[in-house]
Ligand binder design. Structure first.
Ligand code: NAP
Ligand code: MG
Length: 634
């Protein structure tokens, strides 16, 4: 193929290597099929030039420029990771009618660009990460204090955070807040509120940009800490820190947009403005599985909108939460705007969420705790001055559908990453795999081979794709579900590993699972995949929708008809077509579910900040007021 190209390269004096496959018939044919697929793909220049006959000038255009010009059109295909993947995301502007819209660029701040993850093919990143692991480990055990009203507070009661891969390694010793400290923190946040509310939105946004810059300086160390504290692999830890930075940058810009005056209607003689204001004291309750990103996302949304925060990290990741506290402190946030109170949810949780001075709760975690908070928080008393607003993001039981014509090579990689990345401990993780009868045997054979090839072990060693689960109770829960699967008689492929020192569980794939069974209905939060065999795509969709959750879902298919059906009726908060079902990116994939997965908010999307604010409308009759000065922005 490509004889003229070859000759041209030779003429230009460039070295040319022509290669062709040699070997057995079957491999040869699959090689050929792959080339055909590539050349007929919609991004292929061969197809664009010879079939679509697109003009040469268009084909040779700088793709970045082309992207800008066609920014209204959704982009096709997933972007590669790495430094080349820096992407520009336009800041959405839903208020078409709003006057005097200064763009973010006018304010001296560029458009939102995601923080690129490390490209591990570069020696520099590997070396610096290894150095950071060493350095961070030498600082263990870190001593962690509370922070209330700008003061570090010690308590007599303490708890420890340890390394899930090496249970005898203590990462930190943490002062534990009790009810008294929880109440002090709410009081501190309450007294800081009026001044913070009246701080201009641009100033508040600046603190977020400052915090992002500070986090960027410590990327290696922040990620290295997660490797030890929550047992996340190098690249997953890095991605979590990048996402935290993204939230800061994105919500900062979002607040600039919301902070502008929004003029409503255009009746002469009347000005009408819609104005967004904070709600008051916000309690932020975070999970451990994205210990930096989710804590940063919820906290920064509350802060930038003008609320003051009482933040309770999960008890498995308080040290990472402390780093967030330190970043906000270093960014210079006024005292009392962000208060850090680690402590057991079972004792201080209710004190925080039922407190009459709390106006807003943002919670991410399990369904049971979420529903408990919802019920408790809406019990009002004579002392209540708010109907609390609640942002709830809960669990999932996410399915990927493998259609009969899916690209199986790709499908295997996506499923492995989605089901077993971070040991399946992601709310977005794939825990149900729905496979079309026609390709079932072929696909499962490959999936098992791939699962067999994964390295499992302590994630401080970068070759290990999977490490231990977070804590003993998580290990026991996973083992219990494996027993349930065995008792039901489902066949099991598993990979056990010998590691006495950490909370390791076998990678487990159950096949022939009944879609109504507990295994296929309940969130396990570990590396346990239930495979369900279906006759056709319609049945696949029905099974996929058949749980009480609706968080993420995936479809791997080449059929335009089936993809259309999935778009229309695979009802999840985030539906991913022809890619894995984890790894949402701020600004590009607003994230969050409904049904029992949440109340429908979308983290990293254009309406997330609304949940943290109230809108006020101010109308003024300006007729016959003579030389009344116009308000700025009017
Ligand atoms: P969790 O056990 O529900 O804990 C979440 C947070 O709630 C922790 O900070 C916990 O504190 C606190 N808490 C416990 N009891 C409380 C109470 N009575 N009142 C107030 N707070 C209380 O969840 P997790 O194990 O950390 O995280 C895993 C779960 O989160 C999974 O179900 C996963 O699907 C879900 N998740 C959802 C999303 C999403 O975006 N939808 C994202 C990530 C995770 P302690 O640690 O002190 O108990
Ligand atoms: Mg821990």
């Amino acid at each position: 193929m490509g004889q003229p190209v070859r000759s041209a390269l030779r003429k230009a004096g460039l070295p040319v290597r022509v290669y062709c496959p040699v070997g057995e018939m079957l491999q040869g044919i699959s090689y050929l099929v792959r080339r055909l697929l590539e050349n007929t793909a919609n991004q292929s220049f061969l197809r664009q030039a010879f079939s679509q006959k697109l003009p040469r000038a268009y084909l040779l255009q700088n793709p970045a420029k082309r992207l800008q010009e066609s920014s209204v059109r959704p982009r096709q295909g997933p972007l590669p990771n790495g430094e080349q993947a820096r992407e520009r995301n336009g800041v959405p502007t839903p208020w078409k009618g709003a006057k005097n819209q200064k763009s973010v660029e006018d304010a001296g701040i560029g458009p939102f660009i995601i923080e690129p993850v490390f490209d591990w093919s570069r020696q520099e990143h590997r070396t610096r990460f290894a150095d950071a692991l060493k350095k961070v480990r030498e600082s263990f055990p870190l001593q962690v204090l509370l922070q209330i009203g700008g003061n570090r507070i010690q308590t007599t009661s303490r708890f420890e955070s340890s390394n899930p891969d090496r249970a005898d390694e203590t990462v930190g010793v943490i002062c534990s807040a009790g009810i008294r400290e929880a109440e002090l923190a709410v009081a501190a946040a309450k007294s800081a509120f009026p001044a913070w509310r009246d701080t201009p939105a641009e100033r508040r946004a600046e603190y977020l940009f400052k915090a992002a810059a500070l986090a960027r300086l410590q990327r290696y160390e922040l990620a290295a800490l997660q490797v030890f504290e929550v047992g996340k692999s190098w690249s997953e830890s890095d991605a979590d820190v990048c996402e935290a930075i993204d939230f800061l940058e994105y919500y900062g810009r979002e607040m600039l947009r919301y902070g502008r005056p929004h003029s409503m209607g255009n009746l002469p003689g009347e000005t009408s403005y819609l104005k967004y204001e904070p709600r008051g004291v916000a309690v932020i309750i975070a999970p451990w599985n994205f210990p930096m990103a989710i804590s940063t996302g919820m906290s920064s949304a509350a802060i930038v909108t003008g609320n003051t925060v009482v933040y309770k990290p999960a008890s498995q990741s308080p040290v990472t939460g402390y780093m967030l506290n330190n970043i906000f402190e270093e960014a210079g946030l006024p005292r009392g705007v962000f208060n850090y109170v680690p402590g057991p949810g079972s004792t201080i949780g209710d004190a925080l969420t039922t407190h009459p001075d709390v106006a807003l709760i943002a919670f991410t975690g399990s369904r049971d705790v979420g529903l408990h908070i919802l019920a408790k928080a809406h019990e009002s008393s004579d002392r209540s001055s708010f109907v609390k607003n609640i942002v709830l993001e809960m669990g999932g039981k996410n399915a990927i559908i493998i259609d009969s014509d899916a690209d199986l090579d790709e499908a295997v990689l996506y499923v492995i990453q989605s089901a077993f990345g971070y040991q399946g401990q992601k709310c977005s993780a794939c825990s149900r795999l729905i496979v079309d009868d026609e390709i079932y045997d072929r696909f499962m054979e490959r999936l098992e081979e791939a699962a067999r090839s994964i390295d499992i072990g302590p994630v401080e060693f970068p070759q290990n794709f999977m490490g231990a689960v977070i804590e003993p109770s998580a290990r026991d829960k996973v083992l219990r579900y494996i027993e349930i699967g065995k008792e039901a008689g489902y066949s099991l492929f598993d990979r056990k590993i010998q590691q006495d020192n950490g909370y390791f569980v076998p990678l487990s794939i159950f096949t022939g699972v009944d879609p109504e069974s507990r295994l296929a209905q309940e969130e396990i939060f570990g590396p346990v995949l239930s495979v369900i065999r279906v006759k056709n795509f319609d049945e696949a969709l029905q099974v996929a929708n058949g749980t009480q959750y609706a968080l993420t879902g995936g479809v791997l298919s080449r059929s335009p008809e089936n993809i259309r059906k999935a778009r229309a009726s695979f009802r999840t908060g985030n539906l991913y077509i022809n890619r894995g079902c984890t790894g949402a990116i701020v600004g590009r994939h607003p994230f969050g579910g409904f049904k029992m997965s949440g109340l429908g908010s979308k983290a990293g999307g254009p309406d997330y900040l609304l949940y943290f604010m109230i809108a006020r409308n101010i109308v003024e009759n300006t007729v016959r007021r003579g030389f009344a000065p116009m308000e700025e922005g009017g």
